[in-house]
Design a protein around this ligand. Structure first.
Ligand SMILES: *Cc1c(COP(=O)(O)O)cnc(C)c1O
Length: 357
């Protein structure tokens, strides 16, 4: 399938941001988007990169009622020499197809998906920020478009990709977050869709996040739905702890989003010869480690920030500082390592960087 390219009329191009330090996240989107519709009678058809515009959507479109809506999040990075890199894009493509299967949505040909990302990013390459840490965020999305009320898998879908420049996550250096352990609400349960980037997961998480913010915390630490004893994720990121000399993250058992950054952290830490465990980790163990003084570091991982240090945990109205509220040495080292691979500032032993321009 050939991807059609319909450029925006030059006079209609949006003004580009002039101050890269004020980009923030997700507020600015570029001049073009990729779209590809699907119908069960003919499969995917008419892939096109075309001017960014509103979508024509019937008010009965099934994504608006029954939530068949999945997405991905990845980035394009501009290196010092001007080259443009993606970071492990085939992992995002695989994960999007896993989400699609779970929500009875059609899967995508990985080659067309990657080609669409490349074509769109290269057409918009003047939008990719130049400053270190800033990047072009890429948001592939799939929605059910069939207009019909009635709960069943839709027969029509739209896959689209939008992109926009985003700022450095830490323009003023790391600032460790305070997180709040929520027991009353869960984001995901065994047998559910916690491992998918499905819109409903985020809607379900908003109330607990709002409670945490109201109490003065940055994020929620989610516990498992069954026992409410074991940690799962933090906000919309994966979580890691360093207890003694062991780097620990909860195992992927269907309730946790399999983060690309999580996997990268694990592979790098193993290559450094660290003791690395994917195993259940309870709040009891965390609190005991804090009181024994062997809780060394904690951090969240995800595409947006790479890693985000955690300086304090609140559990059952008690505060547990981690590393005296400071960023840990391993957290910092992992951040630098992944950042430098993404921006082409060091060699790429794992073959994660994909140069596209
Ligand atoms: C996207 C996401 C992550 C992080 O995944 P990355 O691939 O590392 O960006 C973790 N948890 C949740 C719930 C997510 O949505």
């Amino acid at each position: 399938m050939e991807i059609r390219i319909v450029p925006v009329t030059p006079g209609k191009k949006k003004p580009k941001p002039t101050d890269e330090s004020k980009l923030g996240f997700g507020k600015i989107l570029t001049d073009h988007m990729f779209t590809m519709p699907y119908h069960s009678d003919k499969g995917w058809y008419d892939p096109a990169v075309r001017p960014y515009e509103s979508l024509p959507l019937d008010p009965a479109a099934m994504c608006l009622h029954y939530g068949q809506l999945i997405f991905e999040g990845m980035k394009a990075y501009r290196g010092k020499g001007g080259e443009i890199n993606l970071f492990r894009p085939t992992e995002n493509i695989k994960r999007m197809n896993e989400s699609a299967k779970r929500l009875c949505m059609p899967t995508l040909d990985p080659e067309i998906f990657l080609e669409a990302v490349k074509k769109l990013v290269l057409l918009e390459k003047d939008w990719i920020p130049r400053s270190s840490g800033a990047s072009l965020y890429i948001r592939p999305t799939m929605i059910a478009t069939e207009a019909a009320l009635g709960v069943h898998p839709a027969n029509a879908y739209l896959f689209y990709i939008i992109v926009g420049p985003v700022g450095a996550y830490y323009p003023e250096g790391f600032s460790p977050t305070k997180i709040y352990v929520v027991e009353e609400y869960v984001r995901s349960a065994p047998g559910g869709i916690g491992y998918c980037k499905a819109a409903g997961n985020y809607a379900a998480s908003l109330m607990a996040s709002a409670i945490a913010v109201e109490k003065g915390y940055t994020q929620v630490l989610w516990l498992d739905a069954v026992t409410r004893k074991f940690v799962e994720e933090v906000g919309t990121s994966n979580i890691f702890f360093v207890i003694d000399d062991e780097l620990i993250t909860p195992p992927l058992a269907g309730t946790i989003l399999p983060g690309v950054t999580r996997d990268s952290v694990l592979q790098i830490a193993r290559s450094w010869g660290l003791k690395v465990s994917e195993r259940p980790l309870s709040m009891d163990e965390i609190i005991t480690a804090c009181s024994k003084g062997i809780m060394k570091e904690a951090f969240a991982s995800g595409t947006a920030a790479i890693v985000s240090p955690i300086g304090q945990i609140c559990y059952r109205d008690r505060e547990y500082p981690i590393n005296r509220g400071k960023t840990g040495a391993l957290t910092e080292k992992l951040y630098q390592e992944i950042l430098e691979i993404q921006y082409g500032e060091k060699d790429d032993p794992f073959g994660w960087r994909m140069k596209i321009g």
